[in-house]
Ligand binder design. Structure first.
Ligand code: URA
Length: 201
């Protein structure tokens, strides 16, 4: 039988593969486009995301929107999701076993969306996507290729909310992503170089 995107979303909503399914209010699958050239992967839903069933709609999400919109990205250009689709209680980091339980769904999601570029935001996204425990500060800011995807690790926006001195680094990283996507003709070129937006979004 054919299996389409709405079937995938239903499968996610019914998932009980780990303990997080017992405490969640909503399963958080994605926001943006299902046909986007760019996938953005975070860690896991927080309280606002759990309430609304959408990723990155709290404080970190507002900063993420501000910076991506600053570069002219629209919700047609990206597909945002997380390593785990259910909120870890108290916003703790997902355990290796929770991340592992959720990985088959994320792998299916990547195969559905077929992004060209995948931005990994923060250590958790990097760790479970690559299997490497390296600090994000060491590996961020460089593209590498894996299974025909161009992968780009960078800081998580929640880290920038706590360490605003690294804001320019995240801004420039997103600029590199924009440049690469323009060079690959995945999005139109910007006529002017944008200025980094101030504020928290
Ligand atoms: N932080 C994340 O990593 N993901 C979200 O969806 C929200 C905050």
């Amino acid at each position: 039988m054919a299996y389409y995107w709405p079937d995938f979303v239903e499968e996610c909503k019914h998932c009980q593969s780990c303990e997080l399914s017992k405490t969640r209010k909503n399963v958080v699958v994605f926001r943006g486009s299902v046909e986007a050239p760019l996938m953005i992967v975070g860690e896991g839903p927080g309280a606002s995301e759990d309430e609304q069933g959408l990723p990155f709609v709290g404080q970190a999400g507002r900063l993420l929107n501000l910076l991506f919109e600053g570069y002219g990205f629209t919700s047609d250009d990206y597909h945002i999701c997380n390593i785990v689709k259910c909120r870890p209680p108290e916003n703790r980091v997902p355990t290796p076993s929770e991340a592992k339980s959720c990985m088959p769904l994320l792998a299916k999601q990547v195969r559905f969306v077929k992004p060209k570029v995948i931005v990994l935001m923060g250590k958790t996204a990097y760790k479970y996507f690559t299997g490497s425990d390296e600090a994000i500060g060491k590996v961020r800011g460089q593209f590498f290729e894996k299974n025909n995807y161009l992968i780009f690790p960078t800081f998580h926006p929640a880290f920038i909310l706590r360490n605003n001195n690294h804001r320019m680094t995240l801004w420039q990283d997103i600029g590199h992503v924009r440049e690469k996507m323009e060079a690959l003709n995945l999005i139109p070129s910007l006529s002017e170089k944008p200025e980094m937006p101030e504020g928290r979004g």
